[in-house]
Write a protein that binds this ligand. Structure first.
Ligand code: FES
Ligand code: FES
Length: 245
């Protein structure tokens, strides 16, 4: 290729690039002008959104309500039923923080529409404890220091609950496999697996008499729960009650 030809090509390239940059910077300005020229009517924002009447049982309580067809199950639970123990991490089916049980099976509530839960039963972390009595899984999570920051904990609990419902005596490998869809940014995976295995022992009675040297936790409405190492964890990460959104 001759020098002149290379120069022309470079100039043409720069001119072309400049045109693209100009278009890119002008586009937002154009976009910003459009709403001003043709602003949407205020009522249009929510009107016309399809809704459906559904019946859903959440933690044993029946709800009959109208839901927008675009709501996810996580939105319904958190924003409309006030069950903020279910957390939203990625909001796209990758992290497992939003896991709940749908007819006993763990699902990502961020990736299921609320209308799909019509006529079905949902269990969230708020439905695990019985009054002041923690579920054995919750108890084991506390005693084995499962929660660190606690953000993934409700999802971990629900995946483990789904496993134990169908397989009360899983192996460590089965526990790992069942919870593989729950990411823990604090990387406390081993403690979570230990806790689930301990909960199965508790259920069979082997550990129901308590472990000397391990203080037991309580589901009393304290904001914090003592753990084995005098560390205090937010009770909301275990029970879902009164947790931050
Ligand atoms: S928030 Fe649902 S999978 Fe991450
Ligand atoms: S305990 Fe922090 S993300 Fe799992």
């Amino acid at each position: 290729m001759s020098k002149r030809k290379r120069d022309i090509s470079r100039r043409q390239f720069l001119e072309g690039t400049g045109a693209v940059l100009a278009a890119a910077t002008a586009a937002p300005a154009l976009k910003m002008k459009l709403p001003a020229a043709n602003p949407p009517a205020a009522d249009d924002v929510s009107s016309g959104v399809p809704t459906s009447a559904i019946r859903i049982v959440v933690n044993g309580t029946e709800h009959r309500l109208d839901v927008e067809d675009r709501w996810t199950l996580a939105e319904l639970l958190r924003d409309h039923l006030g069950l903020t123990g279910t957390k939203i991490g990625c909001d796209r089916g990758e992290c497992g923080a939003c896991t709940v049980l749908l007819d006993g099976k763990p699902v990502y509530s961020c990736s299921n529409l609320a209308v799909w839960a019509d006529g079905r039963e949902v269990q969230t972390v708020e439905g695990l404890a019985h009054g002041d009595q923690l579920d054995p899984l919750q108890q084991a999570f506390v005693e084995h220091d499962g929660p660190q920051c606690g953000f993934c904990t409700s999802g971990q609990l629900m995946s483990a609950k789904g496993l134990l419902t169908h397989n009360p005596h899983p192996t460590a490998h089965e526990v790992q496999a069942a919870m593989t869809g729950n990411i823990c940014r604090c990387s406390n995976y081993n403690r979570y697996v230990e806790a689930v295995l301990a909960a199965t022992a508790t259920k069979s009675g082997a550990a129901s008499k308590g472990n000397p040297g391990r203080p037991t936790a309580s589901a009393k409405p304290d904001s914090e729960i003592s753990t084995t190492k005098s560390r205090r964890i937010p009770a909301a990460s275990i029970t879902g009650a009164g947790g931050a959104r």
